[in-house]
Design a protein around this ligand. Structure first.
Ligand code: SF4
Ligand code: SF4
Length: 449
């Protein structure tokens, strides 16, 4: 009997030759929505296009792409994304230099994500067409430059593997996803980096066990070849529940912690009245000390300068937004790291296998659902405006509660993989549960907005 996975595989392989047409269409769509409102002469049409672009990007595209990883993995990357496709295309005639060490550093996409998220806030990327062009235009340019310079072999995506801020986000949470591309005859040894094969993100295909770098291009899937890879379905969360067998990475844990904190900071500075009080206090203190420049508007490539919309940020706003977001990020990360370290220590005392670092890293993944919902609430909250006003709050509250419960369930599974069960597992789980509840509590103001 043909399974759903086999049908999906046959379908994916059948449409694979047509993907370039999809990529060209998406590239045109990108140009129209991102560039169009900025280059068209001032008119009602240009303004309307800007509004449509804004709505499509922030209300539909970002939240839905983000949620889609739980169902179809990084299918956005392999099937639809114009940036990844363009980066791969220029690589075909590019210099094909080896990927340098600074780009291969696992912190590069984290820095890239944090920079884009903070800059998006200071530029007002959810409100202004010029800010959308700057953020997405610069990202596209960077994808093209990296694709042209780096990546040996045929049609590689060094940008997608090593630097894309969205790719990191989708990669981490694709581990929760229900679709997996896996070798039919897996070889031992664990995941490895392999520039020689056909995989655009340099995965050693025969030893692939993790989802995060797989962009679902299905180039390696051949239903009739026993040595190829195959599309498989699994219960959402399976890879995280068994994370010890799927190449856990400390950098992903750092990303989830820092990403949760920075998106919370990005939400809170807009929502909390205390932020305005703090801003006034800092502004008065600066002026008392002769720092008059803090009241001057900054450059429009760095912050909101839109006198026509009666919104102009001064340096005080820039310093406060950046400082507040990074401050919240560091504070929340410190709390969660402390709790996670406590959980890893308790687990070790109770007989869990692995050294402290391995336990800390594995247990760090239990925060994945809570982190995912945090990022959705922080960066994709517009999605909830599609719901009736009275339903939005309860839906957000229930979503947060489900995420915290899912995190706890994953924690139990991860501890089980370390050899802890029953009361001993519950004791080691407790700090992680407190961490999940702390994240939900921090987002509580979002539920009522
Ligand atoms: S990693 Fe980034 S650029 Fe690459 S396909 Fe995914 S979203 Fe697009
Ligand atoms: S593992 Fe296969 S489907 Fe995934 S990115 Fe590599 S070639 Fe594409």
């Amino acid at each position: 009997m043909t399974t759903i996975a086999q049908r999906a595989e046959v379908f994916a392989v059948a449409v694979r030759p047509y993907l370039p047409i999809v990529h060209v269409a998406m590239f045109i769509g990108f140009a129209v929505l991102v560039v169009g409102p900025n280059v068209l002469p001032e008119s009602a049409f240009a303004e309307r296009l800007g509004h449509i672009a804004n709505w499509l990007i922030w209300t539909l595209w970002f939240p839905l792409v983000f949620l889609s990883v739980v169902v179809t993995g990084r299918s956005w990357c392999g099937v639809l994304c114009p940036m990844g496709a363009a980066s791969e295309w220029v690589n075909g005639f590019g210099l094909k230099l080896p990927v340098p060490g600074w780009l291969r550093w696992e912190g590069t996409p984290i820095v890239s994500f944090l920079a884009v998220t903070v800059l998006g806030q200071t530029l007002g990327v959810r409100d202004y067409a010029g800010a959308i062009l700057e953020v997405f235009g610069v990202t596209m340019l960077a994808a093209l430059v990296v694709g042209f310079l780096y990546g040996q072999g045929q049609r590689k995506r060094a940008w997608c593997r090593h630097a894309c801020p969205i790719g990191l986000l989708l990669g981490v949470f694709s581990r929760l996803g229900a679709v997996d591309i896996r070798p039919k005859r897996p070889e031992p040894g664990g995941d490895a980096y392999d520039t020689r094969g056909l995989c655009p993100t340099n995965i050693d295909l025969r030893r692939k066990t993790e989802s995060r770098h797989c962009v679902m291009c299905v180039r390696c899937v051949h239903p009739d070849r026993p040595g190829s890879l195959t599309l498989a379905l699994r219960a959402p969360g399976t890879e995280v529940a068994e994370i010890q067998r799927h190449n856990p990475s400390l950098s992903e844990v750092w990303f989830m912690l820092l990403g949760t904190g920075v998106s919370l900071g990005g939400f809170l500075w807009l929502a909390l009245p205390q932020y305005q009080a703090l801003r006034s206090a800092v502004g008065e203190w600066a002026i008392d000390h002769g720092w008059l420049w803090i009241g001057m508007p900054g450059p429009s490539w760095l912050m909101v300068v839109h006198p026509e919309a009666r919104e102009v940020f001064v340096w005080l706003d820039f310093v406060m937004i950046v400082g507040f977001m990074l401050g919240v990020m560091l504070a929340l990360t410190a709390v969660l790291v402390g709790l996670q370290a406590l959980a890893a220590w308790i687990a070790g005392r109770l007989g869990a296998v692995g050294d402290f670092r391995a336990r800390f890293t594995a247990l760090g993944y239990q925060i994945a659902p809570a982190a995912m919902i945090s990022l959705l609430l922080g960066l994709g909250i517009n999605l909830f405006t599609l719901l009736p006003h009275t339903a939005a709050g309860p839906v957000k509250g229930i979503t947060l509660a489900i995420a915290v419960a899912w995190s706890a369930w994953l924690g139990m599974k991860i501890l089980s993989g370390m050899g802890l069960k029953g009361v001993r597992a519950a004791a080691a789980l407790l700090p992680g549960v407190i961490g999940g509840i702390a994240v939900a509590a921090a987002w509580w103001p979002a539920v009522f907005i």
